[in-house]
Structure formats: C-alpha cells, structure tokens
Design a protein around this ligand. Sequence first.
Ligand code: CA
Ligand code: CA
Length: 242
Amino acid sequence: MLALRHKIPATVLAIAIAGSAFAAIIHTTAGPFGGFFGLWGADVSNQQSVGARFIPNGDFTLTSIKIWFMNNSSSAHPTVRITLRTDQSAGTVSTPSNTVIEQWIFNVQALGWSPIQEVVLSTGGVALHSGVKYWVVAESTASGGSDPVWNFASVGNTFSATSLPSGVWQAGGFGAALTLTVEGTAGLPNPSDVNGDGSVNGADLSFVLSAWGPCMNCPADINDDGLVDGSDIATLLSAWTS
Ligand SMILES: [Ca+2]
Ligand SMILES: [Ca+2]
C-alpha cells in the first residue's frame, strides 16, 4: 500500500548522520524519495508490517541499522518495533521468518511528512554471514492514518515484502525501495568476546567467572555446552587480545 505525501522538505536530503568510523556499510540505499505528489513510503500499521531484505557480501558483526521514517500523525509519535530476522524461503518466494535475531522498540521521532532517520544499535555479537538472506521488519500497533511510514528510496536495490492484516507475508520485489542502511564490523563476532566490545580481556574473564556453573544459551558459555567452567576459560585465554 503506497502512501503519497504532498510535502518535500528541502532540507531532508541534507540530513545525514555520520556512522562510526570503524563501521562498514553492509547494505545501503539512497535517502527518502518523492515525486511530483510528494514523498513516498510504506505504511507500518496494525494492518501491515513491512520488511526489507539484505544479503551481506562478506562476514560481518552487526553494529547498527538506519531507516528513514515519516509519520501519518502530526501530533503523536507512534511506536514501531524493528526486528532483524532470518529468511523463510518457500519455493522461490522469499519472505521474513518468525525467527527474531535482535529487536528494537521505539517511538518514531518524525511528526507529519518530514522524515527523520532512525538509528538502532546492536547490543553486539550478532553474526551476519556472507551470502545469507536477512530481513529487517517494521511493525506497529498504530492504526492507519496515525501510523509510521517507512520512506521509499530512489534506487530499487532492496527486495521488500509486506504482510496482510492476517499477518501472512507476501513477497514484493525490488521496485519499492525502502530506505535502509545496515552497518557492521568486518568479520564474525568472536565468541570469546562475551561482552561484545571487540576485545578479549579481563572484562570478559570477569564476566565468565561471574556466570560460573550451569548456564544455557548464555554468552559466558563460550563453547556452548551448557556449563560455564574451565574449558570456557581456556578458550577465552587462547583468544586473549589485550
Ligand atoms: Ca570483550
Ligand atoms: Ca562451556
């Protein structure tokens, strides 16, 4: 469902938020795009969720995701939930799966049709594997007419999908280019870097010692055997960086 807008703020494209000097761009599009009738976007509401797919061309660790949002309300800041998900390919149809890798919930900053680029930061340790399909999905419980609008970009390099009110996903295509920038650091996360700060050092050692004992699905269990013990310490020490 397209949402046509009638204002094109002259300053919109001049707004840029500089990324970290250490972050690499994994996938990016142009900024908000409009035509004669104004800016274009996809409604994110209780009737429709929207997804954009990206495929890393190398192994990365996620650092941030940036998306331009407008707002159908000029007075309220509706809530949006962003999730990073795996792909669910059925036959030749690619849509988001229900497997959430990381999620962020916030209220859109934009009021009305002047878009603002929202930036969400990863808590660390999220691996993005080369050649694998990932989805960034935006959802909202806001009703139509007062809902967030995910801006379209001018270049169609991002495969998209939208959901029906029933929640069933329908694949879109490359035509509706949603704005999206995914950034990360090169290389997969180091399991010994349990606090995800890029170094393996005393802080990680303290973290592991404080989680000593049985521990399922926790970062301190570096070798993922359900127990935080000396074998995890040995792995951590062998990966020591500073
Ligand atoms: Ca660390
Ligand atoms: Ca272990």
